[in-house]
Design a protein around this ligand. Structure first.
Ligand code: SF4
Ligand code: SF4
Ligand code: FES
Length: 947
């Protein structure tokens, strides 16, 4: 991150020798004396220095003596040179440091409300016995900025500029600057008068780096040290940041950075650092609930009538007995495929493994799916067709540190995967990486881009083919790579003939000269990393979009090497892991197809004896089961009679919500295991209280295939249980109701811990064979495939060969979106997330700090459309599609082009953008086309309600 000067010319000696405090050391070129001393365990005090930030040498606390030159220097800036003789702890140095501290204390007004434990200034003052000669007067208000997350008290500021550098160098945001001169010098937001004026993202990085408490987390002011710190993994997005939960009297009171976090180091986004408040929200489900209609002994007249009856709190035995009995009855009466299960990308790998095992082993169906269907099923399908593996090929630090250029298409990275967004900004700022952004919206990353192209929504295949056409025409393709490692090139190359810049410009709206500029950057910068997210996948052409990007990276020879690859960013924290665990209707754990002869391994490992079936009968079929969207429809038709949902909220997140709500209401028996009463709870017959990430243990797998531990910090509230315990107990009860007895090696449901479940996963899943909780506890960093207990993991896929052998070029042609604007619905609606919320908003809307920053559903409208419709910022608007309506506030912005509006999907009820979206599906991946549908806008009156 920080660039060090290299003092050695080619061919010169690469290691130098120096003496520190009478001991001999070697140093690498560019290392500072502080680096060498710290590596040797020699303590030199610092304040303005931080290893993540460029050194400025301003505080002088780290002074050391250079014996040969007879002078003192700041060790944090002093580059080690051959023969140097350093003393770090002479009486003179101690005196100098004491004086430095005394001068700093002379301008420092202590506030006992701030974190004493991490106050580095006070720590060193105590160590050196330094005191101010007088109590300084406050020169600033002690809360000078209205930031919702930070308390700013410049009376505690020592002008070390760690905040300024952290914001610029780590966060890439440039909120803080220096103002005034001399005694009046102070830090201030660079634009406007407040941090928010300066586009602060409330990540809290400046406070995390501040050594004095001048910048401090507002919500933890006045708290003493916590009872304990528990390192765990974030439960919002797929970046997989780790941090320390600060636990006090059984409650999570704060999140602090853990510099050893593998992905993120000190960095966190606003959701990771401040979005934990939902853990203790009064809405948390504390006891199982059953609809009264199911307790009365007589069946309700209809599913709708049962769901309309009031909730009754019951104990676990009553709830689980009812669920087991009803699911067993449905299986006996209508067969296994009358039951569907939705696993959860919010839950652990171990819990997802159990959900699909329950579906296949006990129920006997492949009807198991989860929200990956809605975000990256097209990625998994497309990349499997091209390369044989559907996952991100490289790592986030690898591409952000080594890519010569990056092509970000359909990913609003700084809002959806914020910490990876900061890595991309750093790559541009620190080492000049070329960044191409292709997005219909002017997203924040555009500020850092070499070029931004604004293709019309739903025209990605034409755009990518057009770029490939130009790359071929200019001979920028990698002939050697194509010849040695790929197949199907000729047909692909011929298919590009018609994608001339003029033809592509007509479809995409991107001028030919911009296409040429982008193609040149992609074609002449190596390695190039391609990054995408739901802007690519959530289309009826989602799989073709992915195939087109896979073609592009083979064409350019960017696969299997550092800084390159295909990098789909998985949305939810553990959507990668839920897919890996086989919570999909077509594959078992490790993506072993249900149709493959290899599944006999599962059939035998999970073998059970049914009292009413021949022992040789397979547990589950070889035909893929239903997807989540298909299960919802089947519920309405009555072909799915029972639905067991773990931690998913289809009433909120599926497209065309009105249809989904009607279908869930008509589904005979719906069981929902959740931590909060989501929108789907209205349609449930039984509610089972689950545990949030801080209340459970297990593992999550992040977007770059990194398996990381989730550690329990607090107990689940009330009678809520960890989800693996509930699923295992339910499985045992269904087995008992069906008179099933375990027979195979891994047929039992008696697990003593998530670690034991992971041992079973490893035994049956080649790509996880070497993963264990023990290795992760030892600090081993494992990215799958990890084929054995001694294998170090695989940071880059497809290095010497593709998973399928040869990479396969596919011919893909542009097809228009399913629903285009017309006179009645003249605008294109595209949907996505905002920084301060997550998915259906179930968690982020219950975190007051996050909700305060984005309290209302909003739609972005271009200034041209706003003028035409007479709308201004804050106008209430009614958005209408053929399927429903959405009420929102207008945000007039050039982030969207004329003719397109953007709505986020975080608010329920009348503010739910999925009231508008369409159920048109990609024919292969069955992913809905959330990114394009036709709408119209009207002015609205009345209050917008948030529930
Ligand atoms: S606010 Fe904190 S980090 Fe920033 S200059 Fe002042 S003391 Fe340093
Ligand atoms: S970037 Fe993602 S994983 Fe990291 S703190 Fe933010 S939400 Fe959590
Ligand atoms: S820590 Fe080296 S000068 Fe401040």
């Amino acid at each position: 991150m920080v660039q060090r000067p290299v003092l050695w010319a080619a061919g010169e000696k690469r290691v130098l020798n120096l003496e520190i405090d009478g001991r001999q050391f070697t140093a690498q070129p560019g290392q500072t004396v502080l680096d060498v001393a710290r590596a040797a365990g020699i303590l030199i005090p610092t304040l303005c220095h931080h290893p993540d930030l460029s050194p400025i040498g301003s505080c002088r606390l780290c002074v050391v003596e250079e014996r040969r030159l007879g002078k003192t220097s700041a060790a944090c800036k002093l580059i080690a040179v051959e023969g140097m003789v350093i003393r770090t702890s002479t009486p003179e140095l101690k005196r100098d440091r004491r004086f430095t501290l005394k001068m700093l204390l002379a301008g420092y007004v202590h506030d006992p409300a701030t974190d004493q434990e991490h106050n580095e200034l006070l720590h060193w003052a105590r160590e050196y016995g330094a005191h101010a000669d007088f109590t300084p007067a406050a020169r600033f208000p002690n809360d000078s900025d209205p930031s919702p997350v930070l308390r700013v008290n410049l009376n505690q500021c020592i002008l070390c500029l760690r905040c300024v550098r952290a914001c610029a160098q780590v966060q890439g945001r440039f909120v803080w600057h220096l103002a005034e001169h001399g005694h009046a010098t102070h830090i201030k937001p660079g634009v406007g008068t407040t941090m928010q004026d300066a586009r602060c993202e409330s990540c809290g990085a400046c406070a995390a780096y501040c050594p004095t408490g001048a910048l401090a987390d507002r919500h933890s002011l006045g708290r003493g040290p916590p009872d304990r710190l528990v390192t765990t993994t974030c439960a919002y997005c797929g970046v997989g940041c780790q941090f320390d939960l600060n636990v006090e009297q059984g409650r999570v009171v704060r999140v602090t950075s853990n510099p050893a976090a593998p992905v993120n180091g000190m960095s966190l986004c606003v959701k990771g650092r401040y979005g934990h408040e939902y853990l203790h929200h009064p809405d948390r489900l504390l006891r199982p609930r059953v609809r009264q209609a199911h307790l009365s002994g007589s069946r309700a007249s209809s599913p709708q009538a049962a769901k309309a009856s009031p909730w009754v709190e019951v104990d676990w035995q009553v709830a689980l007995d009812l669920v087991a009995r009803r699911l067993a009855d449905i299986r006996r009466q209508s067969g296994p495929d009358a039951i569907g299960l939705l696993a959860s990308a919010k839950c652990t790998n171990e819990e997802n493994y159990l959900m699909q095992k329950l579906a296949r082993q006990v129920i006997g169906t492949n009807n198991i799916d989860h929200c990956a269907r809605l975000c990256h099923s097209s990625t998994v399908a497309g990349l499997t067709m091209s390369y044989g593996s559907g996952a991100m090929s490289n790592s986030m630090d690898d591409v952000s540190q080594q890519a010569a250029a990056m092509f970000v298409i359909g990913s609003n990275t700084t809002e959806q995967h914020p910490v990876f967004g900061t890595m991309i900004r750093q790559a541009v700022i620190e080492r000049g990486m070329k960044l191409i952004v292709a997005d219909p919206r002017r997203i924040d990353l555009v500020d850092f881009a070499t070029l931004h192209i604004r293709q019309k929504p739903g025209t990605d295949v034409a755009l990518i083919n057009g770029l490939a056409h130009l790359i071929l025409a200019n001979n920028w393709h990698d002939e050697g790579f194509i010849a040695e490692r790929c197949e199907g090139f000729e047909a692909f190359a011929s298919s590009l003939d018609r994608y001339t810049p003029q033809f592509v410009a007509q479809i995409t709206g991107v001028p030919p000269e911009h296409l040429a500029d982008v193609a040149e950057i992609l074609g002449t910068n190596h390695p190039l990393a391609v990054v995408w997210a739901m802007g690519i996948t959530q289309h009826t052409t989602g799989v073709m979009n992915v195939l087109a990007l896979a073609n592009l990276q083979m064409l350019l020879g960017n696969m299997g090497q550092p800084g390159g690859g295909v990098n789909p960013l998985r949305g939810q924290n553990n959507v990668q892991g839920a897919c890996d665990m086989g919570a999909l209707p077509n594959v078992l754990p490790g993506y072993q197809p249900v149709s493959s002869p290899d599944v006999v391994a599962f059939q035998s490992a999970w073998a059970v004896n049914f009292s009413d079936a021949a022992p040789s009968q397979p547990l589950f079929g070889t035909t893929p089961g239903l997807t989540v969207t298909e299960m919802i429809d089947a519920g309405a038709r009555g072909t799915i009679r029972g639905l067991y949902i773990l931690g998913e909220d289809p009433a909120m997140t599926e497209p065309d919500s009105n249809h989904v709500r009607a279908a869930l209401a008509a589904t005979e028996f719906v069981v929902l295991q959740e931590i909060l009463p989501s929108e789907t709870a209205d349609y449930a017959d039984v509610l089972l209280p689950g545990a949030a990430f801080a209340e459970k243990s297990g593992t999550f797998t992040n977007t770059e295939r990194r398996v990381q531990l989730v550690r329990q910090a607090i107990d689940p509230p009330g009678e809520a249980r960890q989800d693996w315990q509930t699923t295992a107990e339910l499985a045992k009860k269904i087995c008992s109701a069906l008179e099933v007895t375990p027979a195979g090696h891994h047929a039992s449901w008696d697990y003593e811990s998530p670690a034991a479940i992971m041992r079973e996963v490893a035994a049956l899943t080649p790509s996880y064979a070497g993963v264990s909780h023990q290795r992760l506890e030892r600090g081993e960093r494992l990215q799958w495939p990890v084929p054995s207990a001694s294998h170090p993991g695989t940071p880059i896929l497809h290095v010497d060969r593709f998973t399928r052998g040869l990479g396969k070029f596919h011919v893909v042609e542009h097809l228009p979106p399913h629903e285009l604007p017309n006179d009645e619905y003249p605008l294109v609606l595209t949907t996505g997330r905002v920084l301060y919320h997550w998915h259906g908003g179930e968690l982020s809307r219950r975190s007051p700090t996050l909700l305060a920053q984005c309290p209302q559903p909003q739609v972005e409208i271009s200034p041209e459309d706003a003028r035409r419709l007479g709308l201004s910022v804050g106008s209430q608007v009614l958005v209408k599609s053929r399927r429903g309506e959405m009420l929102a506030l207008a945000d007039i912005t050039d982030r969207v082009a004329a003719g397109t509006i953007f709505g986020n999907f975080h608010f329920p009820g009348p503010g739910n953008v999925n009231n508008l979206t369409i159920r048109a599906l990609d024919p292969v991946a069955k992913i809905p086309e959330y990114k394009v549908c036709a709408v119209r806008l009207e002015r609205a009156t009345g209050q917008i309600q948030i529930s």
